[in-house]
Design a protein around this ligand. Structure first.
Ligand code: TNX
Length: 538
């Protein structure tokens, strides 16, 4: 650990003078004192971190340069400049060599030949004069700049210079993800969340290298996505939500806006239309869809398992074809989630017939089907994915069919589970999940499925008990930060005692982003604006 003396280091100005051949100008070099890149508060922790001597002085005379042939790298450079501006107030130029004084540079370089494999891999070398981020793809560069954002200190160091300097520790980072799918789910059906809310959540997730956001778009209490060929779905089915509030829905333009916003941060949207159960809002809009005994009427409660589509009517599949076609057309990502959970009033045989038939529709529109683990009871293709939430038995069935598995075990990853008995929001049917329980488990072995069959991890946020962004943030943070590390970082680099310290130091970022996170008393929060002493028990 660094001593307070070094944290408060006063840099001694200009101990070395460097002449650059072209400019014939003296470039000031600062003694930035001792640094240790290994101890930085990086989440998710990278594959390998080695400390170097001293550091890189980020200041107003730093420029950002990106591989010229690749526009996407330039966009990543501009994103970095904007985020540095948000954190430090500095306005760094991107790819502007000639017009102003430049002392140091940050380079984003496209390079095939890296020490680590994979599309999202990146390497960072931080020296006194240059900070070089190399990646095979702009996506890798985007993951890497999140690391750069995290190692820029919150405040400038004390120097004799007449302008502020942020000290970035020298060293080398090699990194790549452990799992290719690192996700969260937001239930916009039980309570609706606005485009702005979803965008804020995307911003926060991207900082922690999350690359998938699954939107649970339909359920008994609401249908939240415009389908042009079936307008009553949103006119009627979108008008309610849990507790009798006013509901809402995304127009297709809204949805495209979310998809594009996510794509700018290299995040893929996974749309879910839950069926054949959880379909009361659809059946209340178009009565012929209903296969349940009671006529469907708009519903604002929180019971599950009472609704079903009529699985033996061809018109129902024509309807589903339209819905999958319209949503797939505005979804560039590879996946379509068909739900398939808790269809308690669908006969088992009808359920299996339904899921197999819908799988074919999803494939017809070029997508890979994901379904909650019950779908593995049907006859399915090995390209479809089982989403483990409750049943290891179903997951074994999926494995036997050669399917991949996405991990969201409810007792470990459900963001709507309460932290403890005093938690303000959330449920506890699966478990209480304090921050350490959320982090301390091994996804690699938890489901019993071989490692190479595990697509990744997703933390779902069901919204029966939350209705606004503050409440969303209370349940998602800080736990979501732990899921980021569980899905990105290799097992040998995960350690609760070390993670806990790095997590405590996320408070300034969360405060700056105005995140109303739950200040768990298990964490010794750094400069948190919340008084965790007020919380009596965890
Ligand atoms: C179970 S998880 C559900 C959801 C609820 C959630 C509440 C799953 C596939 N189904 O319908 O919202 O529990 O925790």
């Amino acid at each position: 650990m660094k001593s307070p003396f070094f944290l408060k280091v006063t840099a001694v100005l200009v101990i070395l003078i460097v002449f650059t051949s072209c400019q014939e100008r003296q470039i000031p070099v600062y003694d930035l004192g001792e640094t240790d890149l290994v101890q930085e508060n990086l989440i998710p922790y990278p594959l390998s971190v080695k400390a170097g001597q001293g550091g890189f002085a980020l200041d107003q005379y730093t420029g950002i340069f990106t591989t010229a042939e690749d526009e996407a790298f330039e966009e990543v450079g501009v994103y970095l400049a904007n985020r540095i501006n948000g954190k430090t107030g500095l306005s760094l130029m991107v790819n502007d060599g000639g017009t102003q004084r430049l002392d140091r540079s940050i380079h984003l370089v496209q390079k095939e030949d890296l020490e680590v494999s994979g599309n999202e891999a990146y390497e960072i070398s931080i020296g006194r004069d240059t900070l070089v981020l190399s990646a095979r793809t702009a996506e890798g560069a985007f993951r890497g700049i999140q690391t750069i954002r995290q190692i820029i200190p919150d405040t400038p160091i004390d120097t004799l210079a007449e302008f502020p300097i942020w000290r970035i520790p020298a060293g080398k980072i090699l990194d790549r993800p452990n799992f290719e799918y690192r996700g969260s789910m937001l239930d916009v059906a039980r309570h609706f969340f606005s485009v702005e809310d979803v965008k804020k959540y995307i911003d926060l997730l991207a900082y922690y290298k999350i690359n998938f956001l699954h939107l649970h778009l339909t359920d008994d209490q609401g249908w939240r996505i415009e389908i042009e060929s079936w307008p009553k779905l949103t006119e009627i089915g979108g008008s309610t939500e849990v507790g009798g509030e006013s509901g809402g829905f995304f127009t297709q333009e809204d949805y495209k806006d979310i998809v594009a916003y996510a794509a700018e941060q290299y995040m893929t949207i996974v749309p879910e239309v839950d069926m054949p159960g959880h379909t009361n809002a659809a059946s209340a809009s178009y009565l012929f869809l209903n296969g349940a005994e009671k006529p469907a009427r708009l519903y604002e409660g929180t019971h599950v398992g009472f609704s079903t589509f009529d699985t033996r009517k061809d018109t129902v599949y024509q309807f589903i074809d339209d819905v999958v076609r319209e949503i797939s057309a505005i979804t560039p990502g590879p996946y379509f989630h068909i739900g398939g959970d808790e269809s308690h009033v669908t006969k088992k045989e009808d359920y299996r017939y339904f899921v197999s038939r819908v799988e074919k529709i999803v494939q017809k529109y070029g997508k890979r089907m994901i379904g909650w683990d019950e779908v593995a009871t049907a006859d399915l293709d090995s390209t479809s994915i089982a989403h483990f939430w409750a049943s290891k038995e179903n997951v074994e069935k999926a494995n036997a069919k050669g399917m991949q598995v996405l991990l969201s075990p409810a007792n470990k990853t459900y963001l709507d589970m309460q932290y403890d008995t005093l938690s303000e929001y959330g449920l506890h049917w699966a478990a209480y999940i304090p921050v350490d329980t959320a982090y301390v488990w091994t996804p690699e072995t938890y489901s019993g499925v071989p490692r190479d069959r595990i697509l990744g991890i997703e933390a779902p946020l069901w919204s029966e008990t939350i209705s606004n962004i503050d409440e969303l943030e209370y349940l998602a943070f800080p736990r979501m930060i732990g899921y980021s590390e569980l899905s990105w970082t290799t097992e040998n680099n995960r350690d609760w005692e070390k993670f806990k310290v790095r997590l405590a130091n996320q408070a300034p970022f969360l405060d700056r982003m105005d995140v109303k996170y739950y200040p768990s008393p298990r964490i010794d929060w750094a400069k948190s604006k919340y008084s965790y002493k007020d919380i009596k028990k965890d």
